[in-house]
Design a protein around this ligand. Structure first.
Ligand code: HEC
Length: 153
């Protein structure tokens, strides 16, 4: 193989890998089960990472409601911040590639909403407004759970 063929081959390989990565980034590593939720196939450790993040979201939801009940806005702020964008486990590129685009979007919207709730609590917004925002956010939890499940590869 001469030099220019080798370069061409390298470029071709690069284009193929970029296309495969792009495909996975949008579709994720999923299998369809008729009439059921779509399963996202993950390594056991990756699945555990996402589930730990989920338990964090549940803990934040509890902390926000508890704080609102006690009118403790500092607690609301802390509980919501704990599940903000900074807490997203999705920094691992291999895991990112396995999660479908719509899953990532829904997940990010929930983390973003938690940051907004934290800011609202800091700004001393009325509890009713924060409750509405939390309720809208929980609708995303419900929608996502209705659509997806996580299975070990
Ligand atoms: C982008 C999708 C998505 C969003 C948004 C989402 N979840 Fe999940 N969650 C999942 C999936 C998928 C599972 C695993 C379900 C399964 O495999 O049956 C899960 C599992 C869980 C679990 C079980 C954890 C465990 O250890 O087994 C809890 C608790 C949970 N989610 C809470 C929440 C809460 C609370 C919210 C919203 C504040 C939320 N989730 C938002 C997709 C999501």
């Amino acid at each position: 193989m001469n030099k220019s063929n080798l370069a061409l081959f390298a470029i071709l390989l690069w284009v193929i890998s970029a296309a495969v990565f792009g495909w996975f980034f949008i579709k994720g590593n999923t299998t369809e089960i008729e009439g059921q939720r779509t399963a996202i196939m993950l390594q056991p450790a990756e699945r555990e990472l996402v589930l730990a993040e989920m338990r964090g979201l549940l803990g934040s939801t509890h902390g926000i409601l508890d704080g609102l009940g006690k009118k403790d806005m500092q607690q609301v702020f802390q509980a919501a911040s704990a599940s903000g964008m900074g807490s997203a486990a999705d920094v691992n590129p291999a895991l990112m590639a396995k999660l479908p685009m719509s899953f990532k979007e829904l997940g990010m919207s929930v983390h973003h909403a938690m940051d907004e709730i934290a800011q609202d609590a800091k700004a001393g917004k009325p509890s009713g407004e924060i409750l509405n925002k939390l309720s809208n956010t929980l609708a995303s939890c419900v929608a996502c759970h209705a659509a997806w499940q996580l299975k070990s590869e």
